[in-house]
Write a protein that binds this ligand. Sequence first.
Ligand code: NAD
Length: 661
Amino acid sequence: MTVPTLPVLTTETVHDVVIATLDGPGSVNTLGPAAIAALVALLDDVERDDAVRAVVLQSAKPDSWIAGFDIEELARFESAADGERTSREAHALLDRVERCRVPWVAAIQGACLGGGLELALACAWRIAADHPSTALALPEVQLGLVPGGGGTQRLPRCVGLGAALDLMLTGRRVRARQALGMGLVDDVVHPAALAEAALRRARELADGRAPTRRTPRRAAAARLLDGNALGRALVLRQARERVLRRTHGHYPAPLAVLDAVREGYARGVDAGLRAEARHFGELAVSAVSRELVYLFFATTALKKDPGSAAAPRAVAKLGVVGAGFMGAGIAAAAAAVGTPVRLRDTDAGRVGKGLAAARADLVTGTTDYTGFRRADLVIEAVFEDLDVKRRVIDEIERAAPDAIVASNTSTIPIARLAERAARPERVIGMHFFSPVAKMPLLEVIEADGTAPETTATAVAFGKRLGKTVIVVRDGPGFYVNRILNPYVGGAGRLLDEGVAIDAIDRALVDFGFPVGPITLLDEVGLDIAGKSGRIMHDAFGARMAPAQSLLRVLDAGRLGRKGRLGFYRYDAAGKKRGVDESVYALLPTGERRTRMAPEEIVRRTVGPLLEEAERCLAEGIIRSARDGDVGAVFGIGFPAWRGGPFRYLAATGTALAPRHL
Ligand code: NAD
């Protein structure tokens, strides 16, 4: 063998099997130009050298097999033709792997994503290590793309149409054992046995002794519809309906996946591959994909951002005070990543409920402060009341003298909580969003006196919980609630003028928010919204004045979804049952309705949000436009495909010009 030893790929020959080991620069392997060139050189050599009878492809990095096509390369495409050509080159390369004179075995441990999984799919056999880092996915739709390396054709033919669509339309990750169950990999072995098992399988394949691949029973049943055109048409149509329901047509990539898959079944794999490449090229230079890639880079950069120059403290033990909705959620999230938690509430019943909600052996409960002394970090999530919180912080400082103390307050400035503290430099805000398990964002709030170590610890612990963390400066509403308030307030003022509830919500869902602002008010709870609205009004004056409509509906005793009545009606299961028409009698204009164009509704709600975001940047509440974009997208559901408020402003012009909205 004379495979040149390229930096990203080294080879070793064991008898007649080439073991090719990928080890690119950086923490993950990607398919960039160097890795692709190395694979081409390997193929050339293997094709030439008759002594070689099989290839095993593995990674030197325990957590990363191949994380996918190098996303940096995407940014270099100047036209759709560039992307299409790149995809066609990938097809040619993987076609060579698939048709190679000798079998290729993918020995997978770690992230096997996108182009990585597509390469694995072109191999004759796939073995996955049963390791926590092993994850297989085609996450291209999350970047506004379709798989560009044959995934739309090989995946359905490997795991069946239904399962393939599920994977490609959601981008979700599957673990080794799940992958085995669906037929995505052929074997699962202990990590320590991976190399040996792959070598053995490679030899068997070379000798024609490998077991025939069996479709797992469950996967076989799910494939019943795949065999005939009518069944496939049905599956594809249903998938399309689901996509449109979920995306309101804002995301073209999932529809392009469906088109490429359909084309492949209708006209054959080559036609399917051509459709895939065409879609890949067009999407790669589309505005939606550019914004999603921007957010991907922004969140990746935040993962590496320590938030402060100091070293973080290790949090070996967490204390949580307040076992309500948020406290229990935080305790559960910490236990899920292996951190022992001591959970305190004054109410024994709440402790019990909190423990049940956390459902983890690592969480223990108490009604006093026993077990807090050695906590490194204590997060309080008690009632949103300045005096209660100050008292609790004082108690925490006594019970856990070395701990950093974080407050999950959503509205109270951290400086006010810290001003009576014995060690104010160790007090910080950690604003989680509800529900904690699901919401990806954490706002860490620094007050003027906060020590760098305190910030670093809060940021590091937030990341450990899997959150995307932005560090913001102290101030009423911090960042996320501060921009949310004028948006919802704008919607309230439209109600005051007689614009219909569903017209407002529809205009903003059409703009791209997951739910409209009036539905959001009902979800958050009108009492909570009213309370935070008052705080914001006190702090900022007229521009944050609460709408009459909200005050009146709240005065009438409506709480929103939790009380099954707000602006909408809800059934016993909490499901929304349409606008409650009787609510109009409570509003300033009564039954009289004003018609308003959707663009105007957007201008009057999103406009104030954009202005407030700009103020936050100018005042240094957020550190960068990037943080402001990430906070708005992951904190309040600002449409991701618009990149966030600052990207949206940059793309459309100033906040105030109506033509831009
Ligand atoms: P909750 O009412 O569900 O829970 C509060 C808990 O604190 C209760 O179990 C109560 O018994 C307990 N408590 C009160 N005083 C205490 C004391 N002195 N010592 C120990 N426990 C005490 O409220 P929640 O929704 O979980 O909110 C908690 C905090 O999180 C608030 O500051 C709130 O603003 C903030 N927050 C809430 C949300 C949300 O959506 N619910 C989102 C972000 C932040």
